[in-house]
Design a protein around this ligand. Structure first.
Ligand SMILES: Cc1cc2nc3c(=O)[nH]c(=O)nc-3n(C[C@H](O)[C@H](O)[C@H](O)COP(=O)(O)OP(=O)(O)OC[C@H]3O[C@@H](n4cnc5c(N)ncnc54)[C@H](O)[C@@H]3O)c2cc1C
Length: 344
């Protein structure tokens, strides 16, 4: 297997940060992992998918493993649905297109999310009222410490809002090689979230006859209208998670800001739209050095340079401002990779 030294990671991250990996290898099969671990065991290892949910800051020491493990296997099929095993290096949106086209439903609301299948469980990707956890059966890995295969059931993964065990005690300890999903043959359309219904009506669809393929197309169009293309405006999607506050804090904020956008949670708490808070404080379109807040999408920070210092400074200023104005702590969503010590 070819391991190259000093490879630029600029083409491998959607924020366009131009730093180098000390060592770089393209992983195409799980069977390659044990020999790599034998060679690089003890060095830091960073697994990279599409690089759409991380912020690189400086040269990455040790080995960067670009996951390109492909494959889609039909594990089981019955009258209700199918179980699939998908290689971690498959492109997420191509998987959604393929499954929707086959009549295997459940992923259509997660259309047009960049990145790889293997990264999807890391933050339990979610959009338009659906999360990976709704279809995930299991995650297959190879352990970095023992070079042995492991299986994490959906329950083992402890999936939460943009969260999983792979952001906590299993961070940097597992290389995800495949993901098992359970999809349905009969559609269960989720149209309640965001502007899906309104957009469908605006485009003349009959809501009662809407198909999963049409939902996918609607979502792609909504996302293309709302979100900047990283190829043109380098970004990592939402830079902050939507903060969740208790009912008392929500009521207090609501009195001050009657227009506040928030979503009631099953546990009685409220998820606040972080983009609304940032926009309200006048950040949309503002620039700091070579970073700026996207003029239409306050949650998205755009990098106009080849480093990430300005993006991180801008993020810190926004966090400070939101905390001072509303008493709400904004948590950064992408992972920040800082040289030898990786911090979130
Ligand atoms: C324009 C845009 C829109 C987006 N919209 C959404 C959205 O709607 N919803 C959403 O949830 N996210 C969204 N994202 C964020 C991102 O696309 C997802 O989090 C995606 O799952 C990241 O995949 P990736 O392959 O690019 O991961 P990477 O950025 O390569 O990696 C992310 C993290 O996962 C780890 N990792 C990746 N692959 C593996 C593996 N095989 N084994 C172990 N660790 C691994 C990395 O080390 C890193 O810590 C968006 C991003 C962009 C740029």
């Amino acid at each position: 297997m070819n391991v190259a030294a000093g490879v630029s990671l600029r083409p491998y991250n959607t924020l366009g940060v131009a730093v180098r990996a000390q060592w770089f290898a393209r992983l195409t099969a799980a069977a390659q992992i044990p020999s790599l671990l034998a060679r690089f065991g003890g060095s830091p290892i960073l697994v990279l998918g599409g690089g759409s949910n991380l912020v690189l800051t400086s040269e990455v020491p040790g080995l960067v493993l670009h996951n390109a493990i492909g494959g889609l296997e039909l594990l089981a099929e019955d009258g209700d649905g199918v179980s699939l095993r998908v290689g971690a290096g498959e492109n997420w949106d191509q998987l959604v297109a393929r499954c929707t086209g086959q009549g295997w439903f459940g992923l259509e609301n997660l259309s047009w999310i960049p990145g790889s299948v293997g990264a999807a469980p890391i933050q339990n990707i979610g959009a338009y009222g659906v999360e990976l956890k709704d279809t995930l059966l299991a995650v297959h890995t190879v352990g970095i410490e023992d070079a042995e295969p492991h299986r994490f059931s959906a329950a083992d993964c402890r999936l939460g809002y943009r969260d999983s065990i792979f952001k906590h005690e299993q961070q940097d300890r597992q290389i995800i090689t495949a993901v098992d999903l359970r999809l349905h043959k009969r559609p269960h359309l989720q149209l309640e979230y965001g502007e899906i219904r309104q957009t469908a009506e605006r485009w003349g669809h009959d809501l009662k006859r809407l198909t999963p393929s049409q939902v996918r197309q609607l979502i792609i169009r909504i996302r293309q209208e709302k979100l900047p293309d990283p190829a043109l405006a380098p970004n990592v999607g939402s830079f902050f998670k939507n903060p969740v506050v208790d009912a008392a804090q929500y009521q207090c904020l609501r009195q001050r800001e009657p227009e506040l956008v928030a979503f009631a949670q099953a546990d009685g708490r409220y998820k606040l739209a972080a983009g609304w808070l940032i926009d309200r404080l006048g950040w949309k379109g503002r620039r700091l050095g070579q970073a700026r807040v996207h003029p239409q999408q306050a949650l998205v920070l755009v990098n106009e340079g080849h480093g990430s210092d300005d993006v991180l400074r801008l993020a810190q200023q926004i966090q400070r401002d939101v905390k001072a104005a509303y008493g709400v702590a904004l948590e950064v969503e992408p992972r920040i990779i800082r040289g030898s010590s990786r911090l979130d």
